[in-house]
Design a binder for this molecule. Sequence first.
Ligand code: GZL
Length: 312
Amino acid sequence: FLAGVAAFTLAATAASAQTVGFSQIGSESGWRAAETTLTKQQAEERGIDLKFSDAQQKQENQIAAIRAFVAQGVDAILLAPVVATGWDSALEEAKDADIPVVLLDRQVDSSDDLYLTAVGSNLVHEGEVAGQWLVDTVGDEPCRVVELQGTTGSSPAIDRATGFRNSLEGHDNIEIVRSQTGDFTRSQGKEVMESFLQAENGGADICALYAHNDDMAVGAIQAIKEAGLKPGSDILVVAIDAVPDYFQAMAAGEVNATVELTPNMAGPAFDALEAYWADGTMPPKFIQTESKLYTQADDPQGEYERRKGLGY
Ligand code: GZL
């Protein structure tokens, strides 16, 4: 009899395991790979059945995934939206099916009644921290800056550009002379940096690089070295994410500063969902994660050791 009860209880528990569909952008950067790893780990630990979809950075694939999750009748959807616009109809379908959507690490232009909550950093603030570091570092010296922007139309690319420019207000000695998307990838970061170097007197006229993520900067410093210049000194480098490989470059003096973005967006997301599933608790519409500046003075080798193997 007891064995029967145990079996029934197990079956009931298994049946109550929540199913969550995760529409992930892709694996364009080390940071994104870490976010995926940690989301899968968190789901495993919490007994959540995670259905994972990699969109290869295409919005149409994300929209198709959302529709498929709605058809499957999942209990929630996680969405890291590749760009900020074009989500209304897919999000309305999820809402009509009473499936809560939680945004991870990027924002959408849709009305916030179309998602339960958004977990992420203050992307404008990250740009401001990066810009303020450059202002504090160059003082009144003239400084021509080149900018590697993130994916065109994504909220981090829009907001990190805005924030950086906010900090440069009133410091006319610092000028952004070239700005182009490297789509958050190392390879495109290197390619675009090569064109910046050629256009700027072999790099002699470039004082600093601002990259919207570490991966583009890691690609760019290869180009700087191939041009015979020393990244981190001939050309200052500031970026965002705080991934292990960037700290390795920092320990070697090849980059100067980064603003940390935690890849653990799933923790707060699953906490909010578990409270919502339990008794309908409504989370705030935005759950903000920390942004911390790291420079060469902050034990980059130790930061590398602490982060390597965390799924990046
Ligand atoms: C920012 C996140 C960005 C990372 C990049 O919240 O969306 O996407 O900074 C990643 O590394 O490609």
